[in-house]
Design a protein around this ligand. Structure first.
Ligand code: PEP
Length: 256
């Protein structure tokens, strides 16, 4: 059985050390302590230590929003995966569409980061998803296949199983326009099928695939009820404790 994972990606929207502390103190009492749903919070780098000090007494896992693929060296402004590990980071989001589109990250760069994350023992959450024009021109599956081929190049089965995929249609991110549960499920099934062909059935069935794109308290449960949707990566709605708690508890409900 795949344990659903709900990730809160605060981006650069919120998360000074004080804001992070305040948000987590409000969130923790609102969510059930459970082993059935995994919860991950990715604050800005500057609040990781503060956040770790709060979440270490809970089931909440600490995530980073990005990392570099080298462990050390003259790379001004980049963050080594080892720096993240030492301060208690467990997950790292890689290839978010904002990294791909604003900072021109390619599948090849994300592939290098992914391999390094796995090598040092960070758990990667790799984002893939199509633009609106690609969906409207019927190319969604072609785009997803090419992202999977590029991003997961030369990975073996053990490595892919440790990876979480976030299917995030770009037209749904931060737009308030959510994919319907049926639209999301169709692509999650396609991702699993592509992984089955590339790796094998066991890998395809074990890997967790989150949905991301304007998840809200009002649509979360319907999305999470779909058989191939293993939780969600949440942006805007993760900034408020009550809406994030509602989404986490919705995931919990789909299990019980
Ligand atoms: C995201 O940035 O990964 C995301 C899904 O954002 P939002 O929930 O705001 O659409």
């Amino acid at each position: 059985m795949r344990i659903p994972i709900i990730g809160g990606n605060w981006k650069m929207n919120r998360g000074t050390p004080n804001e992070s502390k305040e948000m987590l103190k409000a969130l923790i009492p609102l969510i059930k302590k459970s082993d059935n749903v995994e919860v991950m919070i990715a604050p800005p780098f500057t609040s990781l230590i503060e956040t770790f000090n709060i979440v270490k007494k809970t089931n909440i896992k600490l995530g980073a929003q990005n990392m570099y693929y080298e462990e050390t060296g003259a790379f001004t402004g980049e963050i080594s995966p080892n720096f993240l590990k030492e301060i208690g980071v467990e997950y790292v989001i890689l290839g978010h569409s904002e990294r791909r589109n604003i900072f021109n990250e390619s599948d090849d760069l994300i592939n290098r980061k992914l391999k390094k994350a796995l090598q040092v023992g960070l758990k990667p959450i790799v984002c893939i998803g199509e633009h609106l024009e690609e969906r409207e021109s019927g190319r969604t599956k072609e785009v997803i296949k090419s992202q999977i081929d590029g991003t997961f190049k030369d990975l073996d089965k053990e490595e892919i199983i440790k990876t979480v995929i976030a299917y995030e249609p770009i037209w749904a991110i931060g737009t308030g326009k959510t994919a319907t549960p049926e639209q999301a499920e169709e692509i999650h099934i396609y991702i699993r099928e592509t992984l089955r062909q590339k790796f094998d059935k066991e890998a395809a069935n074990s890997i967790r695939i989150q949905y991301g794109g304007s998840i809200k308290p009002t649509n979360a449960e319907d999305l999470f009820r779909k058989a191939n949707i293993d939780g969600g990566l949440v942006g805007g709605a993760s900034l408020q404790a009550d809406s994030l708690a509602h989404i986490i508890n919705a995931a919990e409900k789909t299990i019980n």
